[in-house]
Write a protein that binds this ligand. Structure first.
Ligand SMILES: C[S@@+](CC[C@H](N)C(=O)[O-])C[C@H]1O[C@@H](n2cnc3c(N)ncnc32)[C@H](O)[C@@H]1O
Length: 230
C-alpha cells in the first residue's frame, strides 16, 4: 500500500487525496486509457493535465518522477519495430529493461515473444505495467529490482532497452549490464531518440520511425532509432 501524500497548500482531509490508498486504483481513476500515437495497436494508461500525479509521486522533488506515466520515444520506436517486424521477437525470451509503462514488453508480447520480463524499479510504474499489460491482453513477468547491479537473469534471448540513457550514472551502469548480457549470449536492442548519454560507439542503427516522446502534447512525432548494441 502507498502512503497518502499531501501537496503544499492542500488539505489532507480533502477526500480526493485521502482516498488515494494504492497506485492501481489511482491510475485507473485518474489516468486515461488511450492508444499511443503512431502505435494504435497498444493502449496505455496515460497522464493528462487533470491527473494530479503528484498525489502518487509526492511533492515536487520528493518522489521519483512518474516516467511510467508516458510513452518515451526510445520505447515507442522499439514497440513500433517489434510490431512491424515481429520476426525480431517471435518465439524469443525478451527482457524489457527500464519498462516504465511496459510499452516495449507489451509490443514484444503482441509480436509473439515466448515470454517477456519487464524490469522496473518504480513501484508506481510496476502498478502501471500490470494494468497496461492486462488492458492489452498480454502477460508479462515483472521484476522489481535493479538488474543493472546484477548478473542478467538466465535464459534471455533479447534485451530491449527503451530510453535509459538519460543520465550519466545510469548510462554507465546500463552499459556495463548490457555487456554482461552480450557475454551471456543475448542480443541487445536499444531504442533512443538521441539522449545525452547514448553510447554511440557501441551502437549500430537498425531502423528509424517517427514516434511520440515524453513531454509532447500527443500529436507531435519525431524520429527515433532502433540500434543494435555491440
Ligand atoms: C525514460 S523511462 C523509459 C520507459 C520506457 N522504457 C519507455 O521507453 O517508454 C525509464 C524508466 O526506467 C526505469 N529505471 C531506471 N533505472 C532502472 C533500473 N536500474 N532498473 C529498472 N528500471 C529502471 C525508470 O523508473 C523509468 O520508468
Amino acid at each position: 500500500m502507498w502512503k497518502n501524500v499531501t501537496a503544499p497548500g492542500r488539505d489532507s482531509d480533502d477526500p480526493a487525496i485521502a482516498d488515494i490508498a494504492d497506485a492501481p486504483a489511482f491510475i485507473e481513476a485518474h489516468m486515461c486509457l488511450r492508444s499511443v500515437p503512431s502505435i494504435p495497436e497498444i493502449s496505455l494508461y496515460t497522464a493528462h493535465p487533470g491527473s494530479g500525479l503528484w498525489r502518487l509521486t509526492g511533492r515536487s522533488g520528493e518522489g521519483t518522477p512518474p516516467y511510467w506515466a508516458y510513452a518515451w520515444a526510445g520505447g515507442a520506436v522499439l514497440a513500433r519495430h517489434f510490431l512491424d517486424r515481429p520476426e525480431n521477437v517471435r518465439g524469443r525470451r525478451v527482457l524489457d529493461l527500464g519498462a516504465g509503462s511496459g510499452l516495449v514488453g507489451i509490443a514484444a508480447a503482441r509480436a509473439g515473444a515466448a515470454s517477456v520480463t519487464a524490469a522496473e524499479i518504480d513501484r508506481n510504474g510496476i502498478a502501471a505495467i500490470r494494468l497496461n499489460a492486462a488492458a492489452n491482453g498480454v502477460a508479462l513477468e515483472i521484476l522489481d529490482r535493479d538488474l543493472t547491479r546484477a548478473e542478467p537473469p538466465p535464459g534471455l534471448d533479447l534485451v530491449a532497452v527503451g530510453d535509459l540513457f538519460y543520465s550519466a550514472a545510469l548510462a554507465r551502469r546500463v552499459t556495463r549490464f548490457l555487456d554482461r548480457c552480450l557475454t551471456a549470449g543475448a542480443e541487445v536492442l536499444v531504442g533512443d531518440p538521441g539522449r545525452a548519454f547514448l553510447p554511440h560507439a557501441r551502437l549500430q542503427p537498425v531502423a528509424e520511425y517517427a514516434v511520440p516522446d515524453f513531454g509532447d502534447s500527443g500529436a507531435a512525432l519525431k524520429p527515433s532509432t532502433v540500434f543494435a548494441y555491440r
